[in-house]
Design a binder for this molecule. Structure first.
Ligand SMILES: [Zn+2]
Length: 457
């Protein structure tokens, strides 16, 4: 059936012909509605990535920088990426630090002989062979330590600082050995940086300062720190024997894992999706950050299965050595310095793979306006919240060179229960939440890599 065209219609058609670019520019949520629906449709039915994550964790165990486990896991990932048909699959060499924990124990001698639940902190020196035996002084803050400085000399300082949030409480892990050494302590122990504990000590990075002696520094469980506090409040003299074999060996070799879905029109322009493949030497790094790597991987597997090849290249990177040095991303930043202008965005998932909530971003207002234009497509996944202030770790090293960066935001309620502990294992992850993370990253990466305009800086 045809209708006679009336004058206003003819005029508007003429206008459209004059400005065809404006006419083609449909809002991004309209342009990509079908693609997003297909991604969300496929996501939950494909469990390959989650099963592979479990297999990697079970087969290779923890993946600490400088370990054989890590290099074997990287070989395995590279082989599977080739099997999946990814392009330009490669391991890019990175020199990494090598710290080894060795055996470690902390024993209360008095008032009641018992073992403490202990994990040395990354980079700590060890104790002399026979250990360190000393009276303990428990404090809850650096201020209290300074007030009690006269009593601190020759002691093992125990920082029993309650968890407020990660950013503010982690200072005792990072700076505790320095502050304790300043007042003449012989070792320092921290209450693990966590809001909840089942006698699980948490490891992590720490700093030394060349102006004061390097003293051994380790974490104990929340339960043990609280017990020591109660001993002290009752006036009991606490004596502890600490033995740590920790040492730093000469640097070792590792690799960043890199794989691509090459773009059809602008292959030189990169949308980077990432997580970090190394973990601490405890647990199996399922959450931190095997999940982030494999969700990034799965995001591109989904696009490949749906034949959604974008105009620009999507590059998946599994960084090595995030946990104790970030040598992976720093080496990448050097090696790819000439290409960083063509990195339109660097995305990362390193907050655990729990229920996705959205994305955090550091970049231009113009770019944010484009994300807002299609955020509604992420709503079925619960991942449509956009906020300023990228919560990222590795890729912040690229932000310093002008690359816009984005973090996948998830429900972190339980993240710090397991973070850097023996309990970071695959059973803590939920397959549906994992698949939703992957689908959210697939939509975000696909739209940015395919949309008509280059993401503005
Ligand atoms: Zn991590």
């Amino acid at each position: 059936m045809t209708f006679p065209l009336r004058l206003p219609v003819l005029l508007s058609l003429a206008f459209l012909a004059m400005d065809s670019r404006a006419a083609e520019r449909k809002p991004l949520d309209v342009q990509y509605e079908t693609a997003a629906r297909r991604i969300i449709g496929l996501g939950p039915s494909d469990n390959v990535a989650f099963e592979r994550l479990a297999e990697m964790c079970d087969t290779f165990g923890s993946r600490f920088s400088g370990s054989q486990n890590l290099e074997k896991a990287i070989d395995w990932c590279l082989a599977k990426l080739v099997e999946d048909g990814f392009e330009n699959v490669r391991g890019e060499p990175v020199t990494v630090p090598r710290w080894v924990r060795g055996n470690e124990t902390a024993r209360v001698i008095s008032p009641r002989p018992c073992e403490l639940h202990l994990l040395g902190l990354g980079g700590s020196v060890g104790t002399p062979k026979g250990g360190i035996r000393a009276r303990a002084l428990v404090v809850t803050s650096f201020e209290e330590l300074r007030e009690k400085a006269a009593d601190a000399k020759g002691r093992i300082i125990v920082f029993n600082a309650p968890f407020v949030d990660y950013g503010s409480t982690v200072v005792f892990r990072v700076k505790g050995a320095i502050e304790a050494a300043k007042v003449g302590a012989v070792a320092s122990l921290i209450r693990s940086v966590a809001p909840f504990s089942m006698q699980t000590p948490h490891t992590g990075m720490m700093d030394y300062d060349s102006a004061v002696p390097k003293i051994p520094h380790a974490a104990i469980s929340i339960e043990d720190a609280e017990m020591l506090q109660r001993f002290q409040e009752r006036g009991d003299a606490i004596e502890i024997e600490l033995k740590m074999e920790a040492q730093t060996l000469p640097d070792g070799q590792s690799r960043n894992v890199v794989a691509e879905l090459v773009g059809t029109e602008y292959p030189e322009q990169i949308v980077l999706l990432s997580g970090h493949i190394d973990s601490w030497d405890v647990g199996t790094g399922a959450m931190d950050d095997g999940g982030g790597c494999f969700a990034s991987w799965q995001a591109v597997r989904i696009l490949k299965q749906l034949n959604l090849r974008p105009r620009r290249t999507i590059r998946v990177v599994f960084w090595t050595n995030e946990e104790n040095g970030m040598a992976g991303v720093k080496t990448y930043r050097e090696k790819h310095a000439a290409d960083l202008n063509n990195h339109l965005i660097a995305m990362e998932s390193d907050s655990g793979t729990f229920a996705p909530e959205g994305f955090s971003f550091d970049g231009s207002e113009k770019a944010m306006a484009l994300f807002e234009e299609f955020a509604a497509l992420l709503k079925p996944l619960g991942a449509d919240r956009l906020k300023w202030g990228a919560e990222v770790s590795d890729v912040s090293q690229l932000a310093s060179k002008g690359v816009p960066v984005m973090g996948l935001d998830v429900d972190r309620t339980k993240y710090f229960w397991y973070h850097h502990t023996d309990a970071d294992t695959i059973d803590k992850l939920d397959i549906d939440e994992f698949n939703r993370c992957a689908a959210a990253m697939a939509i975000m990466a696909y739209v940015v890599a395919d949309m008509p305009e280059r993401l503005p800086r």
